[in-house]
Design a protein around this ligand. Sequence first.
Ligand code: NAG
Ligand code: NAG
Ligand code: NAG
Ligand code: NAG
Ligand code: NAG
Ligand code: NAG
Ligand code: NAG
Ligand code: NAG
Ligand code: NAG
Ligand code: NAG
Ligand code: NAG
Ligand code: NAG
Length: 820
Amino acid sequence: MALFTFGLLSVGLAAAQVDYSQYVNPLIGSEGPFPGLAFGGGDIFVGAALPFGVAKVGIDTYEDNVTFSTLNGGFTPFGRVTAISMMHESGTGGAPKYGIVPQMPLTTLEGVNVLDNTTYWQRRVGNDTAQVGYFATQLESGVTVHLGAGKHSGIMQYDFPADTEKHVLVDLSHYLPSETGGSGCQVYVGGAINVQPGGKVYTGYTTVGGGWSESAPMTTYVCGEFEEAPDQAITFSGRLTDPVQRYHTWSNGPVPQASFGNSSEVSGPLNDRVGALFTWSNTSLLTIKSRVGISMISVDKACDFKNKEIGSWNLSATVDGAVQEWNAEVFSKIQVPTDSHQNRTNLVLLYSSLYFMHLMPSDRTGENPLWSNDEPSWDDFYTFWDIFRCTTSLYHLIQPERYISMIRAVIDIWKYEGFTPDGRSGNYNGLVQGGSNADNVFADAFVKNLPGVNWTEAYQAMLTNAEVVPYNTFSYTDFTASVKEGRGALYDWIPLGYVSSDRSTRAVSRSVEYALNDFSLSQLARSIAPNDTQKYLRRSAQWQNIWAHNITHKNFTGFLSPRLASGEFNLTDYNPALCGECEWSSISYEATPFEYSFTIPHDMQTLIQFMGGAADFERRLDYIFLPNTSEQDLGANGAGITTLMNIGQVLTFSAYSSLVLISHSNEPDFATPYEYNYLNKQWKSVRQSRSLANTYFHDDPYGVPGNSDAGALNSWLIWQMLGLYPVVTQPVYLIESPWFDDINMTINGNATLRITATGLDNADSYYVQSVRVNEQLWDRNWLEHDDIMVNGGTIAFELGSQPKMWETGEVPPSPGHLVL
Ligand SMILES: *[C@@H]1O[C@H](CO)[C@@H](O)[C@H](O)[C@H]1NC(C)=O
Ligand SMILES: *[C@@H]1O[C@H](CO)[C@@H](O)[C@H](O)[C@H]1NC(C)=O
Ligand SMILES: *[C@@H]1O[C@H](CO)[C@@H](O)[C@H](O)[C@H]1NC(C)=O
Ligand SMILES: *[C@@H]1O[C@H](CO)[C@@H](O)[C@H](O)[C@H]1NC(C)=O
Ligand SMILES: *[C@@H]1O[C@H](CO)[C@@H](O)[C@H](O)[C@H]1NC(C)=O
Ligand SMILES: *[C@@H]1O[C@H](CO)[C@@H](O)[C@H](O)[C@H]1NC(C)=O
Ligand SMILES: *[C@@H]1O[C@H](CO)[C@@H](O)[C@H](O)[C@H]1NC(C)=O
Ligand SMILES: *[C@@H]1O[C@H](CO)[C@@H](O)[C@H](O)[C@H]1NC(C)=O
Ligand SMILES: *[C@@H]1O[C@H](CO)[C@@H](O)[C@H](O)[C@H]1NC(C)=O
Ligand SMILES: *[C@@H]1O[C@H](CO)[C@@H](O)[C@H](O)[C@H]1NC(C)=O
Ligand SMILES: *[C@@H]1O[C@H](CO)[C@@H](O)[C@H](O)[C@H]1NC(C)=O
Ligand SMILES: *[C@@H]1O[C@H](CO)[C@@H](O)[C@H](O)[C@H]1NC(C)=O
């Protein structure tokens, strides 16, 4: 309630009453290029959740087409429902995580083995209903499922058909499996269930580890309650035979049967599965409702959350509360005209994107089971590699309180665990795809003066990342060095000045990422540890050590290239437009060296010079947007991407199936279309980025080009629609071209940034003719944070259908400029 009031105060009563949630399509990203399959899509969570909520209540499914299965968000378009569960990730690739603390409504027990979900799983009939804070689906059994969510809780309503039995199964050993196998599978470690006398309330816990982050086991406590007491409640336990490779013998023996008890079960030393089955026999009762709380700390806290957050058995009360919270805390932060003259598709893209970038990370403040202090606690950074570019920089503007809280939590993790995470879920650091990108998040927040953070401590945490080789956990993912946290290839980076291609994996991509991480250190060092500034500035230029000036590809000369520990480049058969599988063991990760060669935001000046000067740089940028420039075998990826430029698509099959990766790229290319600004040819940035947005983002289930990555892709689109692009680690925003003629953003808590545009008369009238910032004619295609993002202000665009080189001022800065 306090937060809602804050929303009213900040935006004014009339404005806060606009229900922006009506423009959210929660299914954008629920499908990939193959109709009906989640594979290659956004991997988004579909269900009920609050902004940054711990609980994300939705269905878990199983897809019959195992090779093309992707269960990461739980939901798949046509997968069979195996449960309704309380926790999910959104937008993540890799192996699934969570899908824990379930219920499943059953209309019969005939043929049901509670230990075998294939005996009760359900196809859905009709169309699902997905809205902000609400999800409904109908099972083939005739049961309609309605879901709502509180921050750590959910409410489920099951409408049973007349004339069927009514049961709810609670299988605490349930979790989202990785159908294709692999080392990232989750593992159930144990649990307990206790049904209170009368059967109305059950409590217990489930402990599950593994998943993409390769986490240690995490225990989640549960407290569930039914509105009506069941007529029968029996508990069960049974052997753990879930066919996860680590636990299963590939015997053809029958799935074991459970043994039943009356009130409580504990898994015991053999990891027995535990659960309970509730039955209602009153034939006039057709609706069964349940409310469930979860906690990482205790059953008591789980019960408290249930009682406080779901105060009514009326599901619509929870849903209405969620809609209010989403409007007040999220959607109303960016207000655009919603009258009938507006392009509804653009409204849907804007508000849906805001929705998806607020599903993760999860605010677990007060719910840290590992240590206790007064600091906030957050989980599900999945991952900074994905979100440091566009997502966290937008939190800074529109969610400053939450952002302070997140950053403090990350510093606290470093204090108690030794390293900041790059990825973290299940209260566990992992995995690191490139650099230690919490460094970039810290630097970006620091240079924009985020209050409430102890920057001395933040800098200490960054020093750990920069100087301490993390302990190698010998992950199956990449056993050459740590992928849990820190920078695994520091043993190259520090003595050699680059990541070598013979001693280290991902040598090219890690070299450029470590360079930006070190630039981040230099940004804090300027104030916190002035003596370190030069050292890290020098290290931020070390990408230059793997720049082969003499290699030419497609008439472009100079590329990031593999270099051996001996100092020699290894240019044997080297093609910078290829990265093999573009995976953990490849020369570069999820993008080619050609693409990574554009990712030096701190020293564009040197980069342009290395590429042969402005004209050649422009020619190279133009080139990557041309069709058929991708040399990777893109196979039948369905996305139709043939350009080297690729902001979204990553389609990988598990290494355990016989198929290989068929496409690549995504976040590393986020800033590239905007780099024409560094040539004072902003109109080309506008054209290329607009074209990417129009081609790949749609109000459709296949509406994002690949995994949404915890909202990273969605936040890229929001910046695009605002007509700005953040140069993270610097207090700088590139000026582009807005999609709306009037935008009011609530920034910095209570300031307003108003972005207006004239001339947006038709679809291709988006070239900037002139810009005024706080009424002053602006001659640069970039802004500084202080210009507009602290006290607010105005940016007034004049747009037209003709490209114009309107910039006469300085190009955007290269604060890390230094040639080694
Ligand atoms: C799985 O889906 C893919 C992509 O649509 C299709 O090519 C393949 O035939 C399907 N396999 C099965 C067994 O249905
Ligand atoms: C359901 O059963 C299938 C097939 O036995 C199994 O692979 C899967 O792990 C089980 N659980 C879920 C949540 O799908
Ligand atoms: C489900 O949605 C599709 C596409 O919007 C529509 O064609 C179809 O009629 C709907 N089916 C039902 C049962 O409502
Ligand atoms: C549960 O309790 C009931 C009534 O006390 C008893 O009849 C039944 O046998 C018990 N069931 C089990 C599985 O222990
Ligand atoms: C933005 O704020 C101004 C000043 O309060 C107001 O006149 C305008 O209608 C607002 N625009 C939108 C889209 O809310
Ligand atoms: C609305 O905008 C989308 C691009 O986001 C465009 O494809 C569509 O044509 C526009 N619709 C109208 C009616 O202008
Ligand atoms: C910041 O942290 C340092 C190191 O823990 C501590 O000495 C200092 O007092 C803190 N500063 C503030 C303002 O809390
Ligand atoms: C040099 O690169 C080639 C082609 O990738 C590779 O086969 C070879 O092993 C590399 N040489 C060394 C010493 O790493
Ligand atoms: C910084 O460097 C100067 C000159 O080398 C030295 O005198 C000073 O003690 C150093 N300060 C710190 C905090 O290390
Ligand atoms: C390119 O330059 C590198 C480093 O100066 C050198 O090792 C390599 O032999 C040169 N290759 C060619 C093809 O000239
Ligand atoms: C190759 O690049 C040069 C500039 O570096 C340009 O003048 C020439 O036209 C290009 N050749 C081709 C075939 O594109
Ligand atoms: C805006 O918020 C800041 C910090 O919360 C506060 O100091 C300031 O007084 C507020 N300004 C207004 C006009 O409410």
